[in-house]
Design a protein around this ligand. Sequence first.
Ligand code: ATP
Length: 358
Amino acid sequence: MAHLKLLNIEKVYPNGTKAVENISFEVAEGEFVVLVGPSGCGKTTILRMIAGLEDISNGEIYLDTKIINNLSPKDRNIGMVFQNYALYPHLTVFENLAFPLQIQKIKKFQIKSNVEKISELLQISDCLYKKPKELSGGQRQRVALGRALIRQPRILLFDEPLSNLDAKLRVEMRTEITKLHRSLNAISIYVTHDQIEAMTMATKIIILNNGKIQQIGSPEEIYNLPKNKFVASFIGSTPINFFDCKLLEQNDSCTSFSLTNGEMINIQTKRKLPEKFTLAIRPENLSVSQMQNSNSIKGKVVNIENLGYEKNLYFEYGKSLYSCKSNIENPININDDIFISFLEDKLLFYNEQGELIN
Ligand code: ATP
């Protein structure tokens, strides 16, 4: 089974910029790995080192058991899809798709048959004799995908391939790409800063910040048990809520702590909490009521987003803004006071260094 492994990879550019350090991860055949993180965190650099387009300053890249650091890009059996499609504008779709096979000196009839097969798969058979400028964004991206796939590479690399498409097309192409990946049983590595793409497409997510890996895990692990506050805040389409807390008392049966406004909360937890900590909870794990109850905090609603199937409520508590969810029938209005309580088994605790207390 094909297997790609990065071991302690570091990249220092000639101008001295250390783009990434200590990057280690493995990808097996059939896995779809998404590298995600804010702009400048080193995602593209990692992808380009795997493709052989960028020298590696330190560390090794293995394909199966062989080190491929010095293997030229064309010998790596890798297909790459870029954000800007990178199609040849003066060539037709047919010629763009045929190009990687012509370089390999494949016979003409074989090229024709492969181009026809891949264009059927990607539903672009009608466009074969058009030039890229005559195509829609989605069609261009399909041609770019076709060109990456036509040599049947073992490894597929995607660098933000959907960022130039409109929202509806992005959703469609997400499904197309994951379907293709599954049918080829490829090793896919996909770069994005869109956390929805990461959550919906990945079998494994790698979160990066400042050139370093913050966490590697399945989408569920990353969402439910973020290892540090950076990961917790980066993943989640409505941001996670953080509350600064002071421990008041902790014994076997009860843990009491106070929040910013001095309210006292009592919970049961097995985690040993320090004197100061941050409590984090996702918006869907807060329950909202218009009636005060014990263990709740009072907030004022400042904005409501109606999503049709539920509402996002934004409320002020202390001097900060928080969010929770409410069902569509709930008659809550802007400026209403609401009472928020926490689903205890969904609480996450972080120490002063921002690391998860487990
Ligand atoms: P984005 O999401 O904006 O594309 P990224 O996560 O892909 O960002 P990289 O493009 O890999 O980030 O860049 C990582 C760091 O390396 C950044 O600080 C960037 O400025 C720097 N960098 C990238 N290419 C070069 C280069 N050729 N020379 C010097 N520094 C570079």
